[in-house]
Structure formats: structure tokens, C-alpha cells
Design a protein around this ligand. Structure first.
Ligand code: ASC
Length: 155
């Protein structure tokens, strides 16, 4: 029993020590994962943006819940941009520039995450004007990265 416990504990240690890219068995899995994370993030941000733009009624509780989801999702995609995930069998809009300028790409990701953290605070305040301002900041950070690193069409 003790030997089994030790074996399991060391296996668990080995797993956590693996680099992030090793969380995906195939490069295609990483592409699917990051696309899924961005899709969910965009969906929940879109629900908040719709309130900020007056397209749907402002619901402070829903805004806060959606902002929490956006904040969680915003942290997920970037482990899935590892080496070898640029050219895969899955169509992707990710431009080659991402892997040529990884520190700049990471900085753009961190900017977005910082804006999303502000969105979360604004949503918790229940103040629509604060929410509108924060939505603007997040939207700009999405756009800045898309302008540089996202192709119009998947290839
Ligand atoms: C969204 C969404 C994006 C950004 C971007 C902002 O709601 O899905 O990708 O805002 O359009 O410019």
C-alpha cells in the first residue's frame, strides 16, 4: 500500500512538472483547446458588451457572473500556443507572427488579462458607467491582438 502511495505521489509530481505544451497529446489538441477557450470567452464577453451597448437590459448580477467566466477563460488559451502548434492539420487564424514574436504576443495577452481583471471589478460594482468603460478597455485589448496576430481567414 505504501509503495503504491509513493508511486502515485511521484507520478503526480512528474505530471505537474511537465511543461505546459505537454498537456496536449497532439498539436491539433492544443489548437482545438485554444479555439474553444476563445469562443467561450468571446461569448460571455459579448453578453456583457450587449448590456454596455444597451442592446439588452443591464442586469448587474448577470454581468458579474459573466465577467467571472471571462476572467477565468482569459487565463486559459496561452498554454496552447506552444512550439509546433503553428502549422497543424486544423485550420487556424493564428498568424506565424505569434511564434516569431512570442514575448510581444504574451505581453498583448497580459494586457487583455489586466483589462479583464478591471472588467471583473467594474461588474462587481454594479455601476453601468464603470462597466461601459471597462468593456471599452477589454474590447480594445481584444482588437489590438487580433489586428496583429489573427488572420481574417483560417488556413
Ligand atoms: C467581442 C469579441 C471580440 C472582441 C472584438 C473587439 O465581443 O468576440 O473578439 O469583442 O471584436 O474589437
Amino acid at each position: 500500500m505504501k509503495a503504491l502511495a509513493i508511486a502515485l505521489a511521484s507520478a503526480a509530481g512528474l505530471c505537474t512538472a511537465l511543461p505546459a505544451s505537454a498537456q496536449f497529446q497532439k498539436p491539433e489538441d492544443a489548437v482545438k483547446y485554444r479555439q474553444a477557450a476563445f469562443t467561450v470567452m468571446g461569448s460571455h464577453f459579448g453578453r456583457i458588451a450587449a448590456m454596455a451597448q444597451g442592446r439588452v437590459p443591464f442586469d448587474a448580477k448577470a454581468a458579474a457572473e459573466n465577467a467571472d467566466i471571462v476572467a477565468t477563460m482569459s487565463k486559459l488559451p496561452y498554454t496552447a500556443f506552444g512550439d509546433g502548434t503553428d502549422m497543424t492539420a486544423i485550420p487556424s487564424k493564428a498568424k506565424a507572427e505569434i511564434w516569431k514574436e512570442m514575448p510581444k504576443f504574451k505581453a498583448a495577452a497580459e494586457k487583455m488579462q489586466a483589462e479583464v481583471a478591471k472588467l471583473q471589478v467594474a461588474a462587481q460594482s454594479g455601476n453601468l458607467d464603470q462597466l461601459k468603460a471597462a468593456v471599452g478597455g477589454v474590447g480594445q485589448s481584444c482588437k489590438a491582438c487580433h489586428d496583429t496576430y489573427r488572420a481574417d481567414k483560417a488556413q
